[in-house]
Design a protein around this ligand. Structure first.
Ligand code: IPE
Ligand code: IPE
Ligand code: MG
Length: 283
């Protein structure tokens, strides 16, 4: 947060927005559906590819702002399992741009102590893309600041299917198949995002009111923020506005405002949690 204020010129709009943010109530995990590149290009009578190119600057500024704010995790939806349906030239451009981004941004990621991770069906990536992605993940693996999760060839349903199959394979190997039972914890810890807290804030650009198969399990209690801004135009100001709006929300998790029941689902009291059971025990 302090790092963010240092980066902003005093007195400008972003300065006022950043001053209004409560550093004690920042979202831990922000997830973004980066949408609207095609429409951005069409409005300028440019090919769709130009929109994807322009979107890279928005990725850069968003990553930097999240790191300076001191967030723990930023997950960006870069390519969905459904995006293969697009024309081959567009799909190839998206992979080319991913490689360009990785090469271009690696020094910045290192400088800002950002750890890169990728979630999705990565085995389906072209070997060259996969190699460069793995190398960037490895190169930043000791960083301790923001975790930047790129969702690549990602689908929420595919992720749940993969998690279930991984658990079944493991149980078969260990001879525990007969007694295997699923619970929420087992599923959460078998997803690609096992090591991350669930998103607190889900942002979608370009006004579309849908989830498009993104983090279906993890967004159970995320606050949703949809902006008409198209992804290439999404600026630091837009991100700060989204965080401020998030801080105005009353997160109840099915409980009541301000009561202990309103604690985060991953945080404390919920049924089945030993501390909850303990609290019910007669003294
Ligand atoms: C998002 O922009 C980028 C990806 C899905 C990879 P779009 O390409 O979906 O842009 P619109 O929705 O057509 O404007
Ligand atoms: C979601 O955007 C996927 C990404 C941002 C990578 P899409 O443009 O693919 O989603 P739909 O088709 O509008 O639902
Ligand atoms: Mg779209």
């Amino acid at each position: 947060m302090k790092a963010l204020l240092e980066a902003i010129e005093a007195g400008c709009e972003d300065w006022d927005l950043a001053q209004a943010i409560d550093p004690a109530r920042l979202p831990e995990h922000v997830a973004i559906i980066m949408d609207g590149n095609g429409r951005w290009a069409r409005r300028r009578r440019l090919p769709r590819i130009a929109g994807h190119q322009a979107g890279i600057a928005a990725v850069r500024s968003t990553v930097e702002t999240c790191a300076r704010l001191g967030l723990k995790v930023l997950t960006l939806y870069a390519f969905s399992v459904e995006n293969w349906k697009r024309p081959r030239v567009e799909v190839e451009t998206l992979w080319r741009l991913l490689r360009y981004y990785l090469r271009q941004e690696l020094p910045e990621l290192q400088k800002n102590d950002i750890r890169l991770q990728a979630i999705g069906r990565l085995d389906a990536l072209a070997p060259q893309v996969r190699r460069e992605l793995d190398a960037a993940v490895e190169a930043t693996s000791a960083n301790r600041g923001l975790v930047l999760n790129l969702a690549i060839n990602y689908g929420g349903r595919a992720e749940i299917v993969d998690a279930m199959n991984a658990v079944l394979d493991m149980a078969r190997l260990d001879g525990r198949l007969q007694s295997l039972k699923f619970d929420e914890d087992l599923i959460s810890t078998s997803l690609y995002t096992a090591s991350c807290p669930d998103p607190d804030l889900l942002i979608r650009t370009s006004g579309e009111m849908r989830i498009s198969n993104f983090l279906l399990w993890q967004i159970a209690y995320a606050e949703l923020y949809v902006t008409e801004t198209l992804w290439p135009d999404f600026s630091r100001t837009d991100l700060l506005r989204a965080v401020l709006e998030y801080q105005k929300r009353d997160r109840r998790y099915g409980g009541l405002s301000g009561s202990p029941d309103a604690a985060p689902i991953n945080g404390s009291a919920q049924s089945g949690d030993p501390s909850f059971v303990e609290a019910l025990r007669p003294s």
